[in-house]
Design a protein around this ligand. Structure first.
Ligand SMILES: C[S@@+](CC[C@H](N)C(=O)[O-])C[C@H]1O[C@@H](n2cnc3c(N)ncnc32)[C@H](O)[C@@H]1O
Ligand code: SF4
Length: 395
């Protein structure tokens, strides 16, 4: 039986950070928040009704992830949903809630823990005051440090998100941020390079020449620093942006990276079932949370094809290969050549650049047909993935 995860999206924030392109809003009323949670619960009811229509999938949840937006804006309100979820989780399920440091206090942590939350993902972004200002964050550096300390006391399994590449950041600032994270005892770290997405205020400023992204070589230098310092501190590198202490890998994220199945509830949320169709089935709920009142469904097909959902139904074998290669190649697990060959009917015939990389030891494979890319190249995974995918398709 395949494991399955559940994602719940809460799109509310007290203020909007200028780099963020997730589905979120700071303009909402308490009534709207309540109504939204109610809709999440009825969507969950739908899924629980049709779960056994998914062939080959476990009847217990392997992981649950409350993401946002800002899930730490809710405490007791998650109780009715969590009661239903907990009746369907495996005894050792990872149950994460994404939180902003300004919402962390003993009471909120106690409440979340009492409703089954056993992992917190904390959006610190930087332990430097200048970094927090540059990133338009609401919390202070002091609050960030105190938040990690408190979380670790009540819910020891704690991920810390940091962002690198913010305007004005020096190499030393970055090394200090990593050192703070390590000394905080965080069991997991997500270290993201700042990206300029869609029509965010940062992206608009860059387009107008009012703001400058740091150059690629410096950004890569920051990545190298992260790889070096995290290894020295015994964190294992599991994915280009993710590290963990032994035994604390991000289970839920692992489903995303390795083609696992997950159901998602909420505005803009993506679901994927590897068990449906030749290459799995992916769908996304409407990103408009204000009109997010789904009519009840009693069949899996009804849920997938619900009004306003987007369905990625036309993926062919080539798209599937590129997808599997690009998500796996930037992880320590790599990709399985034999499995891709078996499913696609294509054989891997390395193109000249791959032959060179194999000779240089940037790429290697084991006896089981697992292909690995060197961690220092995960940062440039897009280029390598294209080469690997073409080495299958053009063979
Ligand atoms: C959607 S946010 C939600 C977390 C929470 N609301 C917070 O702000 O702490 C999840 C994480 O994505 C990362 N993130 C969001 N936008 C980003 C961007 N443009 N560049 C790099 N990281 C980004 C941040 O590290 C953030 O903590
Ligand atoms: S980074 Fe977090 S708090 Fe900031 S806008 Fe995005 S979801 Fe909201």
């Amino acid at each position: 039986m395949h494991p399955i995860g559940l994602y719940l999206h809460l799109p509310f924030c007290t203020r909007i950070c200028h780099y963020c392109d997730f589905v979120k809003s700071a303009l909402y009323s308490e009534e709207q928040k309540k109504a939204y949670l109610h809709s999440l619960e009825s969507l969950l009811d739908d899924y629980l009704k049709v779960w056994d229509e998914v062939p080959g999938v476990s009847s217990q949840l392997y992981s649950v992830f409350w993401g946002g937006g800002t899930p730490s804006l809710v405490t007791h309100e998650i109780a009715p949903i969590m009661r239903k979820i907990l009746a369907h989780t495996a005894p050792d399920a990872e149950i994460t809630l994404e939180a902003n440091p300004e919402h962390i206090n003993e009471e909120s942590l106690r409440i979340w823990a009492s409703h089954g939350i056993n992992r917190i993902s904390l959006g610190v972004q930087s332990f430097h005051q200048e970094g927090l200002k540059a990133l338009t964050r609401e919390h202070t550096a002091e609050q960030a440090l105190e938040a990690v300390r408190l979380v670790r006391r009540f819910i020891p399994n704690c991920n810390v998100d940091l962002i690198y590449g913010w305007p004005g950041q020096t190499e030393r600032d970055w090394a200090e941020d990593i050192a703070q994270l390590i000394s905080s005892g965080a069991t997991h770290a997500s270290l993201y390079n700042l990206t300029f997405e869609g029509s965010t205020p940062f992206a608009r400023r860059v387009a107008r020449g009012k703001m400058h992204a740091i150059d690629d070589d410096r950004l890569y230098g920051f990545y190298e620093t992260a790889c070096r310092l995290m290894t020295i501190a015994d964190y294992e590198h599991e994915e280009v942006s993710n590290w963990h202490l032994p035994g604390h890998e991000a289970r839920h994220n692992g489903l995303y990276w390795h083609g696992g199945s997950y159901l998602a509830l909420g505005a803009g949320a993506h679901s994927f079932l590897q068990e449906l169709g030749p290459y799995g089935t992916r769908w996304q709920q409407s990103g408009n949370w204000r009109t997010f009142v789904p009519e009840p469904m009693t069949t899996l097909q009804g849920i997938i094809t619900r009004q306003y959902n987007q369905i990625d139904g036309d993926r062919g074998i080539e798209a599937w290969i590129l997808e599997v290669v690009s998500s796996g190649l930037r992880t320590s697990r790599g990709i399985n050549i034999s499995a891709i060959e078996l499913k696609s009917g294509y054989s891997l015939v390395p193109r000249p650049i791959l032959c060179q990389a194999l000779e240089l030891g940037l790429l290697w494979h084991d006896k089981e047909g697992q292909l690995f890319l060197h961690e220092l190249e995960w940062f440039r995974e897009t280029r390598w993935s294209l080469e690997v995918a073409l080495s299958f398709i053009q063979a």
